[in-house]
Design a protein around this ligand. Sequence first.
Ligand SMILES: Cc1cc2nc3c(=O)[nH]c(=O)nc-3n(C[C@H](O)[C@H](O)[C@H](O)COP(=O)(O)O)c2cc1C
Length: 215
Amino acid sequence: MHYDAIENRHGLPHDPLKALVAPRPIGWISTVSKAGICNLAPYSFFNAVGEKPGYVVFGSAGIKDSLKNIAETGEFVCSLATWDLRTHMNMSSASVPYGVDEFPLAGLTAIQSRFVKPPRVKESPVALECRHFQTIALPGAGRYTQSYNLVIGQIVGVYIDDRYLRDGIVDTPAMKPIARLGYMDYAVVGAENTFTLTRPDVDASGHVIPGSAKG
Ligand SMILES: Cc1cc2nc3c(=O)[nH]c(=O)nc-3n(C[C@H](O)[C@H](O)[C@H](O)COP(=O)(O)O)c2cc1C
């Protein structure tokens, strides 16, 4: 099949787009309101888009509570959603009224961050503490009037649980990060489904020497 994405008449029972950009990492976004109430929610339209300095982005359908808090206070934290925390992560996505703190709702502990006010998820092995850079309103198209908002944050602090550092290298598979596929499906990263590829080299005469593969 091959369809016009603005018309979006794919003829399938469900929109396939999210199943095509997969797996998507989950930014588990914590914020705090001006009144000091915490908020936590998962966003899988999420990624890191730069490293020196680091930047992250996430996309929100409309203006959700996380965006309201970020607009008020200018800070957020992205904790890593893992296999062990999958049901907690899911609970934190409940559509509860503004002002309800999802940390206790999801059975999680809010622990103080180091560089920003919103807390991180204590049970999670990684947290990226971010300062809000910009929010861009993305226009609707065709019969889609829902506006998406792209939030960009600069990473100002990084927390890593030392138990996942082995000889100075982060053991990502040991943390078992989870990622979103399409529909209600997820993937989990483990040692059994990771591999190593070194980048190709180009020698002095311009010949490309292929990288090596392991795993
Ligand atoms: C795994 C997962 C990923 C999600 N990704 C997004 C997303 O990228 N954008 C979005 O608007 N909502 C997303 N949602 C839904 C939000 O988490 C949900 O609307 C939540 O209530 C928003 O919380 P907030 O209003 O406290 O910010 C996702 C839900 C789940 C379970």
